[in-house]
Design a protein around this ligand. Structure first.
Ligand code: NZQ
Ligand code: ZN
Length: 393
């Protein structure tokens, strides 16, 4: 087991009607002037935003609203939010929604606390943030895991680059998680969320080191998400299924499922370039490339994929290679069953691309040839290109 530090301090407030406790938790973590950050309007339509605002105002907490965080939230929008937060003298940022709203809230919190630095410098690693305003989250979609994670992902629309910033400053102080708040989700978003939750665990599970306890936790999480995902994509108002998915989403990305090993995260990096170039939803960007990634890296250590097939999918085969491949096929078939795209041609945002585009994607994913991705198998620009090429059908 590799050495690690593990900090997951977010106070999770889970269950029905927990949003009623929002004022109490904001006060507990020092907030007195609140910027409410939300997305494209689902929380307006569901009445959640109005309800939360009322709860805060009844408690004497002044609020300002900042909506419009779109899926794959942009730097330009974040800059606007930082200006509003500073004008309002916000001392607490509350993200209400999914990963896009919560990531926007996190970025505004860092931007407001470091007003002299352009916030993108932190996402480009030019600067390291040392302060952030406190952030809280009210989650409405089990997916990105931002409600307990240490990261925030932004897209710079001007340069077409999507970058994540990992920092413990990004950990929300509390996360309010009421599964009933997910009931208004379109089924496609449920499927994207299930895919992303699985991928946060898969991108950790496939690493070069075997760790029995961490691996067993990851496998149990995957089995649960696969089973509950099947129910949730039929009915997003199944309380039991949405509860399990919501909790799995947090555990999948708070670090727990990868402790003791170096995370791989190649599939996330491959997917980010697809979202940056084509605007495809995050979950869909991942399912589009997972199969071709898995086939490309499996020969590095088929035993790992065979264990995955056995312990997650319940498959058996005396031939280790055959078992490994069966596990990959089962995973790709599951994404298809969810209605997720499993190659470029099946992804309506992307479609079949020319070789020049594939080369450009690979060049961008290698950060203009300045990095490799992955740890299970280290992938350079040429490997990355080959994975995109294999997915281009
Ligand atoms: O914007 P609104 O109107 O709220 O609608 C959203 C959006 O259209 C909708 N939605 C959310 N809850 C709803 C709802 N619609 C009806 N009822 C509800 N209860 O669902 C759509 C997707 O929302 P979004 O916040 O974009 O989803 P998700 O949680 O998947 O977040 C995706 C973003 O998070 C980033 C992704 O890259 C992407 O930008 N990620 C963040 C991570 C992190 N901070 O740790 C890790 C992830 O790997 C990921 O990269
Ligand atoms: Zn993700």
């Amino acid at each position: 087991m590799q050495s690690f530090t593990y900090l997951s301090p977010t106070e999770v407030v889970f269950g029905k009607d927990t949003q009623n406790q929002t004022a109490e938790y904001i006060r507990k973590y020092g907030g007195s002037r609140i910027l409410l950050v939300y997305g494209g309007g689902s929380v307006v339509r569901s009445g959640l935003l109005k309800q939360v605002r009322q709860i805060l105002e009844d408690d004497g907490l002044p609020c300002e609203e900042f909506g419009g965080a779109m899926p794959n939230p942009t730097l330009e929008h974040v800059r606007e939010g930082i200006r509003l937060g500073l004008d309002f003298s916000a001392d607490f940022i509350l993200g209400i929604g999914g990963g896009s709203a919560i990531d926007t809230a996190k970025a505004i919190a860092i931007g407001c606390a470091n007003a002299k630095t352009d916030v993108w410098d932190f996402w480009c690693r030019k600067e390291i943030p040392i302060h952030a305003l406190p952030v809280g989250a009210i989650l409405t979609i089990p997916a990105a895991g931002s409600e307990t994670s240490n990261s925030s992902v932004l897209t710079n629309a001007a340069t077409g680059s999507k970058r994540g910033l990992s920092s413990d400053l990004n950990r929300p102080r509390f996360a309010i998680m009421n599964p009933e708040l997910t009931y208004t989700l379109p089924l496609y978003q449920v499927a994207c969320g299930v895919t992303d939750i699985m991928m946060h665990t898969l991108d950790r599970y496939f690493n070069p080191i075997d760790n029995e306890l961490t691996d067993a936790i990851a496998e149990a999480l995957l089995r649960t998400v696969i089973a509950k995902g099947r129910i949730a994509i039929q009915n997003s108002q199944d309380y039991d299924a949405m509860s399990e998915l919501m909790w799995a989403g947090s555990l999948s990305h708070n670090g727990l499922t990868g402790l003791g090993g170096p995370g791989d995260f190649a599939v996330h990096q491959l997917g980010h370039e697809l979202s940056a170039m084509f605007g495809t939803a995050h979950g869909a960007s991942l399912s589009t490339v997972w199969g071709s990634w898995a086939l490309a890296v499996c020969p590095t250590k088929p035993a790992r994929f065979a264990r995955f097939a056995r312990n997650v999918w319940g498959l058996q085969d005396k031939d280790e290679n055959a078992l490994a491949l069966a596990g990959i096929r089962a995973t790709v078939a599951y994404f298809s069953e969810l209605g997720m795209p499993v190659c470029f041609g099946k992804n309506a945002d992307i479609g079949i691309q020319s070789d020049d585009v594939l080369r450009d994607l690979a060049y961008r994913c290698s950060f203009q040839r300045s990095r490799t991705i992955g740890t299970f198998k280290v992938l350079d620009e040429e490997h990355i290109y080959e994975i995109y090429r294999q997915a281009n059908h």
